[in-house]
Design a protein around this ligand. Structure first.
Ligand SMILES: C[S@@+](CC[C@H](N)C(=O)[O-])C[C@H]1O[C@@H](n2cnc3c(N)ncnc32)[C@H](O)[C@@H]1O
Length: 224
């Protein structure tokens, strides 16, 4: 696959930055190497908190950012290490949709008081969209990024604002992204259709064989 972005899609980091309003106090939850936190601080955010869950990842984050007085590092699970109303925006990016869903739903009281959440799951988003609707966090925007030859979806949540109206049956790829008419979005939908066609083409026997191979592999990892 070509690495040139289809249309004018931006990189993942640029897209996350673009959806973080200038002047807002930001938490980067699960900040990893801290690149986003640093970029937001350099852009002039009045407060940037970069968080990590586990000891090793937190130590690496502190090592990388600790000397930079513009970013505060915190260790903790999801939104739990933030004070009430301490930030305006939380970015939760680069994790699986179930992890992001758990972070948002277990921190729902804090999440609902934020101005915005910028969520970027690594691959699938269907569960996360359904969860947001169930826990009444309004999905107000969607975007795409392109990096390293793959697409990433970005979901914007703005508590207190009206959610995009959405019929999952008619718009299975999300209220905005199902219908966006630019080259980037069309290229993304072509990619999704290709993957779905490949899955659909698997006969029941082929599906059985794939499952049997995976099961045999997992069984071989834990011999009796
Ligand atoms: C793949 S990295 C992504 C880093 C960065 N956010 C990005 O988008 O490039 C995911 C990070 O999330 C952290 N993480 C996972 N679950 C977390 C949680 N519940 N609370 C805080 N951090 C978490 C992991 O330790 C890991 O460093």
């Amino acid at each position: 696959m070509s690495t040139a972005a289809p249309g004018d899609l931006r990189t993942r980091l640029d897209t996350l930055i673009r959806h973080t309003p200038m002047g807002s106090r930001v938490a980067d939850i699960g900040a990893g190497d801290g690149q986003l936190a640093l970029a937001l601080a350099r852009r002039g955010a009045p407060l940037v908190i970069a968080t990590e869950l586990h000891d090793g990842a937190y130590s690496r984050l502190v090592h990388r950012l600790g000397g930079d007085g513009r970013v505060a590092c915190r260790q903790g699970d999801g939104l739990a290490c933030l004070g009430q109303d301490e930030v305006d925006v939380a970015v939760v990016a680069g994790m699986g949709e179930y992890t992001i869903g758990r972070i948002v739903s277990s921190g729902l009281v804090r999440a609902a008081r934020l101005q915005r959440l910028v969520l970027q799951p690594m691959a699938r988003t269907a569960y996360l969209r359904r969860l947001l609707s169930r826990i009444e966090l309004p999905l107000t925007g969607e975007d795409l990024a392109w990096e390293g030859g793959r697409f990433y979806q970005v979901l914007i949540v703005e508590p207190g604002r009206p959610a995009l109206s959405w019929d999952p049956e008619r718009s299975p790829l999300g209220p905005a992204l199902s219908h966006r008419q630019d080259e980037g979005a069309r290229a993304w939908r072509r990619e999704v259709k290709k993957v779905w066609r490949e899955r659909l083409a698997l006969t029941p026997e082929a599906k059985r064989q794939v499952l049997a191979r995976m099961l045999a592999q997992v069984e071989s990892l834990d011999p009796p």
